[in-house]
Design a protein around this ligand. Sequence first.
Ligand code: ADP
Ligand code: MG
Length: 623
Amino acid sequence: MTKKQKKVLFRIIIAAVLAAACYFIPIENPYLRLAVFMVPYLIIGYDILRKAILGVVHGEVFDENFLMAAATVGAIILGEYVEGVAVMLFYQIGELFQSYAVGKSRKNISQLMDIRPDYANMEVDGKVEQVDPDEVGIGTIILVQPGEKVPIDGVVTQGSASLNTSALTGESLPREVGEGDEVISGCVNMSGVLRIRTTREFGESTVSKILELVENSSMKKSRSENFITRFARYYTPAVCYGALALALLPPIIHLILGQEPYWSLWVTRALTTLVISCPCALVISIPLSFFGGIGGASAQGILVKGSNYLEALSETRYVVCDKTGTLTKGVFEVTCQEAAEGFQETEVLEAAACAESYSNHPISKSLREAYGREIDRARVNDVEEISGHGVCARVDGRMVAAGNRKLMERLQITPVEPSKTGTEVHVAIDGRYAGYILISDVVKPGAREAVARLKRAGVKEVVMLTGDGKPVAEAVALELGVDVVKSELLPADKVTEVERLLAEKGKKEKLAFVGDGINDAPVLSRADLGIAMGAFGSDAAIEAADIVLMDDDPAKIALAMQISRKTLGIVHQNIVFALAIKFSCLILGAFGVVGMWWAIFADVGVMILAVLNATRALTFHKK
Ligand code: ADP
Ligand code: MG
């Protein structure tokens, strides 16, 4: 509990004790009785009264403070002191509870996202010094000891260790890293000492990006939140005028008809409706639910950039996936090689690997790995990467082209037909066909199950788009059980495909595109919902996407949908529950069936229940 909360709690206890005392001690003198009751009333209500008066002065009359002030002052004028004090007292209890719940969710989220490093160990003159991560420049060697967080993204230059990435990815399995491996900030070193050469500044590192993203996520409001804000703007004044009408009209009508007006009866009923209709249960519990949902998702390694995206996720009916790196591992192995007349197999692989040395496409990485030797980049220049085709580069003065069939057609070279299926990398050297390398990718272990889970989560169609050749695409599609597959697409064709699907789908249905950001950033931003895989991969994806899956696991898509469904479910429950109770109590109150004590329940009780329900959004248990 914070200091402020403790102070409120203290006031609540004092006021409750005093009010009880005033109630049980019989005081005959009415003025003395009023004076005595004013003590607990002011102790518990002075700040609400002050805010209500300030609101009136500033022209923003109708808010919860005004409702409470009007209701309690009215009750006191009618001589119902106990009720007046009780309304304030319970309202404060509700407020205290709510601020405690919000604080607790905040703390939970920051604990879940406890990835901000406090320092970096820099080696200066052979001595280790702790410095602010902000001060470490690119290319500095930093030291990360067991138990410490990796403060800045970089490459391991010495040592090996297993890293706990769970704060980032929600994945409990550690990642083994050794010399030459990239490490991202936010992981916790669990074993050996690592020397890391930083490749980014702290502000550009993964940790900073993620924290920024989570912190800004509450800015993008969902429809439900906007609805409640708008609703409260009209609702509260409407309630106030309604109460005024209830207090005035029936007595006036009675008077006109020459009957007894029963002023105090109708004023009491009006005050009861004021307390009942306080909208705080909705105003607080709905943003809190989204906040919890986003926080709960982060704990699973799913970063959602705004409540609106969490909402859209629950309405997703079409999921379009990229193949390479999204559904498949994107780690290709060379399965077959053939050189054309006049060329050697090793020569072809070397030429391809060199030409690819600047690319970060999964294919190029695999070719470099298959080649296995260090590549002197000075040998390579004039590199041109043609997305969806391949690369052209000058290697040792010879013009090398490596890519798919489309690339060869562009260069007016006729490739041979490989004997097996696989992703084909054809190589041409100095305008002559030099041979092909056949590589094969493997489907990610959980991919088939991930597709099945999407279908179970209510997705109508899972579509796979790929730039790869048809035979490979179809084999993968069959293995995974996707509904539709489109192959040999250029990045621009993927946009066209997605646009076609966007035009076909129903208005309320949302389309999500899942990609790894390599060659698909334009589609990520075009879809209703862009989901990027693997923050370990490309920055462009994190920028362009609305949701980022920290690890490469496609099963997280369905998990994210489940979390969003649960959150939206809670939001709807709260809206329906709060409005139903309030409206029924309102009607009963207007007819005098229920009195002030029920009103207190309809206000504070409903708010506490709604907030308790909202905090459920934070916890998500994998089924
Ligand atoms: P996907 O849609 O499967 O993610 P991309 O759009 O990234 O694939 O690439 C489509 C195709 O273009 C690849 O299957 C490959 O044939 C070719 N290609 C793209 N970039 C390269 C490259 N750097 N080297 C070789 N081939 C490439
Ligand atoms: Mg791709």
